[in-house]
Design a protein around this ligand. Structure first.
Ligand code: FAD
Length: 498
């Protein structure tokens, strides 16, 4: 937080961390996850009510996030560093329950989309959407994905018919729509001039069909919804719905990145803690070399994710960082979210059989881990977005490489990686099929940024292990394959001071 301009928020983070790590909060997280939400579509007379019953613990958690302004801090207090402070708060609160961070994230992300696309709607809704008051404030959701079109939103068939006074009637369905209790939703629908973005208030004409029976984030109600004449108001121009909602998506992608880093940090801490207290074959696990390698490898991945997440968050604070922000968000969202699932599996295994049992929390981390990679641009789509940005926003890649180059000369392995990458990244468009190589290109870019940040700011043991294992071919194919010579003990001690 100090490095990225958020020093003024350290006390807030301490307070949030102390509460998020309390027995009470962890118990609320467990209860919210166990007592899954229930959709009640009708009352006893058959009238539609479309209400979701949620465990009181869910409300405790969401209230805690709202009261700490995790959904709104940068919009209420556009102090330099506000996005960084919010990112830190997000990562702390997300330790308790990942599901609850979904409406927090969408509400945060809706505000810039409204400000840009519909200042009148922003003036109307922003005071409620940013209020740090759970009872009188409002929450925002988004509804883009349809049965036949999730990544490919241009395949949407939901219709929006103009009915005068700037109002549209929305008819159609959405196949995923998280958090039905939201007060407003940004919805994509086909208007006469093409795919457009609308603000729809929950209420008449919006009927929730059922809740998804999901692998993870089970505390969070994600629904299927039918629109039957719900009233919508335009956000952005008619026919320009994708650019309007992309403004929101860019901010939720930042939160996917933060969420991926959060899960890795929790997994690392749980694994190290367990290994410090469990003995096998006459010694504590943490003192056994094979386990030290696994723990240190998990720790450098977690630190690399965290350092990148906070650097990207800083880019949201600084308008002159816009080119880097757009590009780096796509690159790091792809990479950190991709690494998270394998990381969760390995962290879980550090606890042995106990890691497979619910009380350990590891199954929860494991189930939640793939979501951030699917949501807001699944792996391929995120990687292809980076290629698209290289062509359509040509200032992004140079800004990204310039940031990576700030560490030039500090580590020969990083220098060599940067040189290789600079030479090859342009080649992706030279011949063959660039899309076929998209993931490899983005992966190279992502580890370059992580390496550069670690070399500049992390202790030598961490930076050295990262460069050796991730940039220089010294690491293996699974976690726990750091090359000989790295200071695993120092890395583990830094990740969780004893
Ligand atoms: C828990 C949860 C909550 C969600 N909440 C919401 C919500 O609130 N609002 C909302 O609108 N949506 C929501 N979603 C939906 C989510 O955003 C989509 O599932 C996601 O964008 C992928 O779309 P899809 O499911 O249609 O998959 P598809 O688009 O069918 O993609 C399937 C696979 O194909 C890949 N793919 C797609 N296009 C290409 C291509 N051109 N080349 C190569 N590979 C490609 C994708 O990467 C993916 O791996 C939620 C999803 C989940 C799981």
């Amino acid at each position: 937080m100090h490095r990225e301009g958020g020093a003024w928020g350290v006390d807030r983070a301490r307070e949030a961390g102390a509460v998020a790590g309390s027995v009470e909060a962890l118990e609320h997280g467990r209860r919210a996850e166990r007592n899954v939400p229930l959709l009640r579509t009708h009352d006893r007379y058959g009238n539609r009510i479309d209400q979701v019953e949620l465990d009181p613990s869910w409300h405790w958690l969401l209230r805690g996030a709202v009261e700490r302004e995790i959904h709104s801090l940068p919009w209420l207090d556009p102090h330099p560093g506000a996005h960084v402070v919010r990112a830190a708060l997000f990562m702390l609160w997300g330790n308790v329950n990942a599901g609850v961070m979904c409406p927090v994230s969408m509400t945060y992300a809706a505000v810039p989309a409204l400000r840009d696309g519909a200042p009148d709607l922003a003036a109307e809704w922003e005071p409620c959407l940013t209020a740090p008051d759970y009872d009188t404030g409002a929450l925002a959701g988004m509804a883009m994905t349809e049965k036949q079109g999730g990544s490919d939103v241009r395949a949407n068939i939901t219709r929006a018919d103009p009915v005068g006074d700037g109002l549209y009637e929305v008819h159609g369905h959405k196949w995923f729509c998280s958090y039905p209790p939201c007060d407003v939703f940004l919805v994509l629908a086909q208007a006469p001039a093409g795919l457009s973005c609308f603000l729809v208030e929950r209420g008449s004409g919006m009927e929730f069909q059922r809740l998804k029976d999901k692998l993870g984030t089970r505390s969070l109600p994600s629904s299927e919804v039918e629109f039957r004449g719900a009233r919508g108001r335009l956000v952005g121009e008619e026919g320009r719905g994708v650019p309007a909602i992309i403004r929101m998506v860019n901010h939720t992608r930042l939160d996917c990145l933060l969420g991926g880093a959060t899960g890795m940090r929790r997994g690392t801490v749980e694994a190290i803690h367990h290994a410090r207290h469990r003995s096998a074959f006459g010694a504590l696990l943490v003192d056994q070399p094979a386990m030290r390698n696994v723990l240190a490898d998990l720790a450098i991945e977690s630190e690399a994710a965290t350092i990148a997440a906070l650097r990207v968050a800083r880019a949201y604070d600084d308008p002159s960082d816009a080119a880097f922000r757009r590009f780096a968000t796509a690159v790091m969202k792809y990479w950190v979210c991709k690494r998270a699932a394998a990381h969760a599996a390995e962290a879980l295994e550090c606890l042995g059989g106990n890691g497979f049992v619910e009380e350990s929390v590891m199954p929860l981390l494991y189930r939640d881990a793939p979501l951030n990679s699917i949501w807001e641009g699944s792996g391929n789509v995120a990687a292809l977005d980076v290629l698209r940005a290289m062509v359509k926003e040509p200032e992004g890649l140079p800004a990204f490489l310039e940031e990576c180059g700030l560490a030039a000369g500090a580590d020969a392995r990083l220098d060599a990686h940067l040189e290789r990458m600079r030479a090859s990244v342009g080649d992706v468009f030279a011949g063959g099929d660039p899309q076929f190589e998209a993931r490899r290109v983005v992966e190279d870019l992502a580890v370059a940024l992580q390496g550069s940040l670690l070399v500049r700011s992390a202790p030598a043991a961490v930076a050295d292990a990262f460069c050796a294992a991730r940039l220089d071919g010294g690491g293996g194919r699974v976690y726990g394959t750091l090359p000989a010579g790295v200071d695993a003990g120092a890395i583990v001690d830094r990740a969780l001071p004893a």
